[in-house]
Design a protein around this ligand. Structure first.
Ligand code: HPA
Length: 298
């Protein structure tokens, strides 16, 4: 206690703020581009960037403080360009907690993309279905989450420059965006599921007993990502929509083994639907939906 008073506490978040500034300065020097939306692509979904009018493609490893993706099925580029004629920044590949990085490290790109000016965030990820009505190949729009990762990316010494220390999570998944997504899906005749995503650390998959427990807790799908990004997105004021690509369905009483190769292969079959939905949603988002143009919108 006495020591704590004498020795000033080192603040790791001071470093985090500095890192964001350095990465943003680097990117602004390299490209003069103001994205409206940021898009994170998950396992087997990297092809979305191929549909863009690309302005610049920057490998993760050249961006200060960015990590390198170590996962099969993930490329590692930050891609700037236009999708559905809207200016976007796309993370082609992402970082996972199970790769051994900290939650702060894996969520740094979310802070950087918000600092570049993006208002909307779309997160795409592969997930295992828990709801017995779901089938492999479904798209689930995430309406809420359960953080079962045993950590939180905001857990550190406070720094008000990073945003609210205790972000409100009742509307982390933006209802207006969900409405636009639903309308777009209806017109495209793409069936959607809606549900709760439970995040686990992985990389081992769930046992039958864990699967049963997650279903009893109220989850509809389980995955190894997304939740840290959504928590940080909330802190920095993004409006967020999340698409979970259901790559397999886990039913505790008739559990089937699932391989990463199957997950990637199924995600790739979902990709065209997901891309059409993403493009149509982007086309329909209006400027008035943007952060700051609505009273109380954050
Ligand atoms: N469990 C966890 N993560 C996943 C799964 C799963 O069954 N499928 C795709 N990502």
């Amino acid at each position: 206690m006495i020591l704590a008073q004498i020795i000033p506490r080192k603040n790791p978040m001071r470093g985090l703020y500095q890192s964001i500034q350095e990465a943003v300065e680097f990117l602004r020097r390299r490209i003069d581009f103001q994205p409206e939306a940021a898009i994170i692509l998950g396992t087997g979904l990297g092809g979305v960037a191929e549909r863009m009018e690309i302005v610049d493609r920057i490998p993760f490893h050249v961006i200060p403080h960015f990590l390198e993706s170590t996962v099969e099925g993930h490329k590692g580029d930050l891609v700037f360009g236009r999708l559905a004629n809207r200016p976007v920044v796309v993370m082609q590949g992402r970082f996972h907690y199970y790769e051994g990085y900290s939650m702060q490290q894996i969520t740094l790109p979310v802070r950087i993309m918000r600092s570049l000016g993006a208002d909307f965030l779309f997160v795409n990820s592969a997930a295992g279905g828990l709801n017995p009505h779901f089938a492999a190949g479904d798209i689930m729009v995430v309406t809420d989450h359960i953080n079962f990762m045993g950590g939180n990316p905001l857990r550190t010494v406070a720094d008000s420059r990073l945003g609210d220390r205790f972000p409100e999570m009742s509307a982390a998944y933006d209802k207006e965006m969900m409405r636009v997504v639903s309308d777009a899906a209806m017109d495209l005749k793409i069936p959607l599921r809606f549900g709760v995503y439970v995040a686990v650390t992985g990389p081992s998959l769930e046992t039958p007993a864990e699967t049963r427990m997650f279903r009893m807790l109220g989850a509809d799908a389980v995955g190894m990502s997304t939740v840290p990004e959504v928590i940080v997105a909330r802190q920095v004021g993004f409006r967020t929509a999340v698409f979970a690509a259901v790559t397999n369905v886990n039913l505790p009483d008739c559990m089937q083994p699932v391989s990463v190769q199957e997950v990637i292969a199924t995600a790739m079959t979902i990709e065209p639907k997901l891309l059409a939905l993403l493009e149509e949603t982007l086309r329909r988002l209006t400027i008035s939906d943007r952060v700051g143009n609505k009273p109380g919108a954050q």
